[in-house]
Design a protein around this ligand. Structure first.
Ligand code: TYD
Ligand code: MG
Length: 456
């Protein structure tokens, strides 16, 4: 019994916390029944792993390391490349997370088919689908080439020998949770296995220089299943998001050692696979109702690109003691704050109203620059007064009802001008410093009361 206790420990399957004895609740993340017994890794494992990909490297002066050894390999899908920071970097490991059925495997397959058509040998390892299923999918999204190799395999050691034999230019692992290594005894999908296999993959990628794309499942609360550690081990973490009932999918970087983390890629899921959306503003505004109360357009910066989106609000007298606040696509706390500012500073009695907020097209906005637009939408619905259709609303709102400046004013206004907007209500002072596109009239609001006067 004492001998067994020395060899095994209990690991939380949510956060990776380790304990020598079983506990009903993880003291680290607070999850119940998440501790599972796992075998301690045999001590001999460490040395073996490093031997596998050649001798240990000697330290060399940084000045002698040439950058040319690590050119970027564009996948050919522009939206994907932009999120990556310009293409795949040699030896990098990219983790792609997302809900089931969102299109991770489709995106991977399309990128690999594109690369293989350009003459690169690529290996697609699937632990989830059979080779025939992949073939069926490939038939929908395009023509396959002889350079695209697929295999259904879950044992990491066998995959490693395939990599050595085939020497692919790019490797895809779909998904990390299905893989296991014979080096440790835990079940596939357990924290210990996911950590072990990810570690081995990163060592392999660094030593061989093969860019590796790893698909990961996400848990109910939207994090990549497995410890946070996984995100630290890889170079880049991308999330593929979107409402499964909408056709739009957004690829977002949350960590990128080789590029910016706020770029997004916009895709549309079609019968024939994922199509790139070159002009997201036009798509998100396509079905906008003209002159409807409660609909306001704003410009949100998504990475280096401004995107115009429609924010919708609906207020209706409540039949409950405490009114409902339902928010989609925005931060609910931020909306509550803005509703409070509207009530206090503009005297709008929202306390007796149910409030529903939505961002059209399934987009999620996180920027405070959309604050004023959110307030304008609430006020418009409450007053039941439509706004002029050609008006863009911008600005961050503070608790005293002041409107603060936002960054990238010029970019946002240029995008608005391109989409045919002729008027922008925004923060005071911004107009003096920047170059405004000729077709847009900027109306500066001093505070929220003033802004609502201008708008309605
Ligand atoms: P998939 O890539 O299997 O998702 P994931 O790997 O993230 O779980 O995507 C599956 C969904 O995409 C499925 O519901 C069907 C849909 N789909 C299309 O609409 N068109 C297509 O051409 C393909 C291949 C899939
Ligand atoms: Mg899949």
């Amino acid at each position: 019994m004492t001998n067994k206790a020395a060899k095994s420990f209990f690991a939380c399957q949510e956060c990776g916390y380790k304990s020598p004895k079983w506990l009903g609740k993880c003291p680290d993340c607070g999850q119940w029944h998440s501790l599972v017994e796992e075998e301690a890794r045999p001590p001999s494992g460490e040395g073996r792993r490093h031997e596998q990909w050649g001798a240990d490297e000697e330290p060399i002066p940084l000045s002698q390391v040439s950058e040319a050894d690590h050119p970027r390999l564009p996948t050919g899908i522009n939206e994907f490349d932009r999120v990556l920071g310009g293409g795949l970097v040699a030896g990098s490991v990219v983790l792609i997370g997302g809900d089931p059925g969102i299109g991770k495997s489709t995106l991977m397959l399309q990128a690999m088919m594109g690369l293989s058509r350009k003459g690169a040998n690529v290996l697609y390892v699937s632990g989830e689908e059979s080779v025939r299923q992949i073939k069926l999918r490939s038939g929908r999204v395009g023509s396959a080439s002889d350079k695209l190799f697929v295999v259904c395999e879950t044992l990491y050691e066998r995959i490693a020998s395939m990599i050595e034999k085939l020497k692919p230019a790019v490797l895809v692992i779909d998904s990390i949770q299905t893989l296991y290594s014979s080096a440790i005894g835990s079940a596939p999908g357990s924290i210990a296995q996911v950590r072990e296999v990810t570690f081995q993959i990163t060592v392999m990628a660094k030593k061989t220089g093969i860019p590796t794309l790893v698909v990961g499942h996400v848990t109910k609360d939207g994090a990549i299943a497995g410890p946070r550690l996984l995100e630290h081990m890889v170079d880049t973490v991308l999330y593929f998001e979107g409402d499964r009932n909408h056709i739009f999918r957004i690829l977002r970087a949350v960590k990128n050692r080789f590029g910016s983390t706020n770029e997004i890629g916009v895709f549309e899921m079609r019968e024939s696979g994922l199509a790139q959306v070159e002009n997201p503003s036009a798509v998100f505004l396509a079905e906008r109702p003209e002159a409807a109360p409660g609909s306001v357009v704003t410009a949100s910066m998504e990475g280096s690109r401004p995107i115009l989106v429609e924010i919708q609000a609906l207020t209706s007298p409540t039949s409950f003691a405490s009114p409902r606040r339902t928010v989609l696509g925005l931060d609910a706390n931020r909306v509550a704050l803005l509703a409070a500012v509207l009530e206090k500073r503009c005297g709008m009695p929202l306390g007796g109203q149910d409030l529903f907020m939505n961002v059209a097209g399934g987009v999620r906005l996180t920027e405070p620059a959309v604050d004023l637009a959110v307030m304008a939408a609430m006020a418009a619905s409450f007053l039941d007064r439509p706004m002029q259709g050609n008006t863009l609303v911008l600005g961050e709102v503070g608790l005293t009802g002041e409107i603060r400046g936002v960054g990238h004013m010029e970019n946002r206004l240029r995008e608005a001008a391109k989409m045919g907007f002729s008027r922008c209500v925004g923060p005071w002072g911004a107009a003096k410093k920047i170059k405004i596109p000729g077709t847009i009239k900027l109306e500066c609001a001093k505070g929220v009361v003033n802004a609502l006067e201008i708008l309605f």
